[in-house]
Design a protein around this ligand. Structure first.
Ligand code: BT5
Length: 314
């Protein structure tokens, strides 16, 4: 069903197309085409029937079909007005064997950050979990997580906001506040797989988009607050998916782009790991995603932990 809708939207994107041509292309009856076109109309699309065929003249603001229309990568979108957590729903989608699905919600009622921390996800945000299966060994997955951070910053910048990345994947704005900036977005990746093969990867991306800051934790910010107006969430999600997908195809590009967007490199940092804490200077990020830190007596690579930017030493 969703695959047919995706194929229909792709055909409509190319311009006017007649009912019989659509039936042919999609391998369904003309009656089924009619039904699908009407379903899109009911979903908010304006589709005119002209002499040359069906023509889309207006697209709804947000939703599954709206995001799929004009999307340059082959993801299907599952949209919810409200869901507990798009990552939790993503796990169900993955266990049904589906891949290349983006679960998107307007609101989440029980969303999570890393280490089961609560994540606030009011209406108007961009809450999106990408269910995919990159053809890499499990150990390389941190690179895909960094790619999600890069894709998020890149979409924020396209929307007009100079966000930056704090290792590993906090998307921040400005450099004040305890976190080294106000948190605009966060990323939670979950995966299942064998050593040599990922069975599924879920990249959960949460962006405070068209949200007031009084609905968010202290120290957080939103695109609405920073830009003074609402953004086009449909276009944002499309850019996010397109740029994430491009980096899965070209993993060599990820680290350089991460370095370009990072505010962590060169900083004095404190890294909290499950069993210890270190302080030092962040020198670089290295494949598949570790932070190279120079402490008083040595250099080490940290693979997971919470990072705090300390006041720059002069
Ligand atoms: C993260 O965790 O930053 C990952 C957040 C991932 C959320 C997405 S939304 C779509 C998908 N579905 C889910 O259920 N999750 C993902 P972490 O680095 O652990 O940061 C969590 C901390 O950020 C919390 O302890 C709060 O201090 C803070 N926080 C909570 N909600 C926030 C928000 N909306 N904006 C900014 N900071 C927030």
């Amino acid at each position: 069903m969703n695959e047919t809708r995706r194929a229909l939207l792709e055909a409509l994107e190319e311009g006017p197309i007649s009912g019989p041509a659509l039936a042919d292309r999609l391998g369904i009856s003309r009656a089924a085409v009619w039904k699908q076109v009407n379903a899109l109309r009911e979903g908010g699309f304006t589709i005119e029937s002209t002499a040359e065929g069906y023509t889309v003249t207006d697209v709804p603001e947000y939703g599954a079909a709206a995001i799929e229309f004009g999307l340059a990568v082959p993801y299907t979108v599952e949209y919810h007005d409200a869901v507990d957590s798009t990552n939790t729903r993503g796990r169900e989608v993955a266990s049904e064997g589906r891949r290349n699905v983006a679960v998107v919600a307007n609101e989440q009622t029980a969303s999570r950050g890393r280490l089961e921390r609560p994540w606030t996800a009011p209406k108007g945000g961009i809450w999106c979990s990408i269910v995919c299966q990159p053809t890499v060994p499990a150990a390389h997955v941190p690179l895909s997580a960094l790619a999600a951070g890069v894709a998020t910053v890149s979409a924020c910048r396209a929307a007009g906001l100079e966000a930056h990345l704090k290792w590993p994947n906090d998307v921040l704005v400005g450099d004040s506040g305890a976190r080294g900036g106000h948190k605009l977005a966060g990323i939670l990746t979950e995966m299942e797989g064998e050593q040599d093969r990922v069975s599924w990867l879920i990249v959960g991306i949460g962006v405070n988009a068209n949200v007031d800051t009084d609905e968010l934790p202290e120290d957080a910010t939103s695109l609405r607050a920073e830009l003074g107006e609402d953004i086009d969430r449909r276009r944002f999600v499309q850019r996010l998916l397109e740029s994430f997908d491009a980096m899965l195809e070209d993993p060599d590009s990820v680290l350089d782009r991460w370095r370009e967007y990072s505010s962590t490199l060169g900083q004095q940092v404190r890294l909290e790991m499950p069993n210890r804490t270190i302080e030092g200077r962040a020198l670089d990020v290295q494949f598949p995603g570790g932070l190279v830190v120079e402490t008083d007596d040595r250099q080490e690579v940290v693979h997971a932990g919470d990072c705090e930017h300390l006041r720059a030493q002069r």
